[in-house]
Design a protein around this ligand. Structure first.
Ligand code: GDP
Ligand code: MN
Length: 383
């Protein structure tokens, strides 16, 4: 899960990483109120989960309330790379002496954490990496060893940060490491990290990606998830505990097992259809799971047919078929349904479907033919 800048800064604060005082605002009046609180001059910053907000006009300095009002009304509602600005972060403006870069990520190939520090901050780090790779000091950190104060100081020195910034920057690198490890981040990036004209080092921006697999040990992450504006379909699926990813097509897909669900998407695409989603209902494929899955897919207005692709393993064909029958009794489905049931006791399962819901379900024994049928019923061109 990616955090907004203001959330990233709040997260940094828990680990003692200094930032400028500020507050969030969803309206122009709120922006002025926040600016009055933190003191002028302020920076009005668009909160969207993409970089390059500055260049896009989403970050403006304001000397007084009147300027805050003007910038806030211009930035709220602005489109930045396809993201509409709904929230602002207003912070006390800093006087910048120098802009640096610091980040922690995981280097999967090295099986270590990777710390990057550069004296060339404030600009696109990918650009620095391409044009002047030596300007980025890299340090691999073995998770078992951790990051020592000496190593933090060394990487900061190697990056060529100004003398006045070194000690504070080294401490900050250690704190960012704690944030990255204890805070279970996939990415913790500060660009720019600044040295102010009065000699203080702090984070002017925050880019934090939390590791969703660690959510179980962070109940406090709930507050971040609440502001996530996800796909309405994905929100409903999550509520029902389904593994669902919304796609753009018109053939709704239900399969048991992530691998089969992915293959189902591929096969539908291969025969000329377009999958509306990825949906894995898990191994059991019981009536409850099936009903929930059908409900989620039914709520998608783009779906014109539904392809249920189940391979009976431990769950036998009859159980799967009974699940589908019960689910259909509970959910009022508008789109035609194609079922491909295979595996353990598939014949018995198909017989149950034919007898009980034969008028509402087309049973097709192979995956490719079922994909063709579903595409055809959706009005697509089969190839
Ligand atoms: P990004 O463009 O999305 O990466 O947004 P940043 O938060 O990194 O801001 C972009 C640039 O705006 C920074 O590199 C600074 O040059 C400038 N900026 C942001 N905050 C301040 C501030 O408090 N004072 C000054 N003088 N410039 C700022
Ligand atoms: Mn930035």
């Amino acid at each position: 899960m990616d955090l907004y800048e203001y959330q990233g800064k709040q997260y940094f604060a828990r680990f003692g990483i200094p930032t400028s005082p500020g507050g969030v605002a969803d309206t122009v009046d709120e922006a002025v109120a926040r600016a009055d609180e933190v003191g002028y001059p302020v920076v009005v910053k668009a909160q969207v989960k993409v970089g390059g907000r500055g260049k896009a006009g989403g970050i403006k300095l304001a000397a007084d309330a009147e300027e805050v009002r003007r910038h806030a009304s211009a930035i709220l509602g602005m489109d930045i790379k396809g993201h509409t600005v709904q929230r602002l972060w207003i912070e006390h403006a800093s006087d910048i002496e120098r802009e640096y870069y610091v980040s922690f990520t995981l280097d999967r190939r090295a099986k270590k954490y990777l710390c990057m520090v550069s004296a060339q901050g404030g600009v696109d780090i990918e650009e620095v990496a391409a044009t002047d790779p030596d300007a980025i000091a890299r340090l691999h950190v073995d998770p078992l060893d951790g990051l020592s104060a000496a190593s933090a100081a060394e990487v900061v020195a190697r990056a060529g940060l100004d003398d006045a910034a070194r000690e504070q920057a080294a401490t900050l690198v250690q704190r960012l490491y704690n944030c990255y490890v204890e805070g279970d981040c996939d990415l913790a990036e500060i660009n720019p990290l600044i040295l102010t004209t009065d000699g203080r080092v702090h984070a002017l921006d925050a880019k934090v990606t939390l590791d969703d697999n660690a959510a179980f040990r962070h109940p406090e992450w709930e507050e971040f998830a609440g502001t996530e504006t996800t796909d309405e379909r994905e929100r409903l699926a999550k509520e029902k505990g389904l593994q669902y990813v919304g796609l753009d097509g018109f053939v709704g897909i239900i399969a048991n097992g992530a691998g089969l669900a992915m293959s189902t998407c591929d096969v539908v695409q291969q025969v000329g259809g377009q999958p509306a989603n990825f949906l894995d209902i898990g191994g059991g494929a019981n009536a409850d799971q099936m009903a929930n899955a059908l409900e989620v897919i039914n709520a998608d207005p783009k779906v014109r047919s539904i392809f249920v692709n189940i391979f009976g393993g431990i769950t036998r064909g009859e159980e799967v078929a009974n699940g589908i029958v019960q689910a259909l009794a509970r959910v009022d489905i508008s789109a035609p349904i194609v079922v491909r049931l295979d595996g353990t006791n598939a014949e018995e399962g198909r017989a149950i479907l034919a007898a009980q819901v034969g008028d509402r379900v087309v049973s097709v024994p192979t995956m490719i033919d079922a994909a063709r049928k579903a595409t055809e019923l959706a009005g697509g061109t089969v190839r």
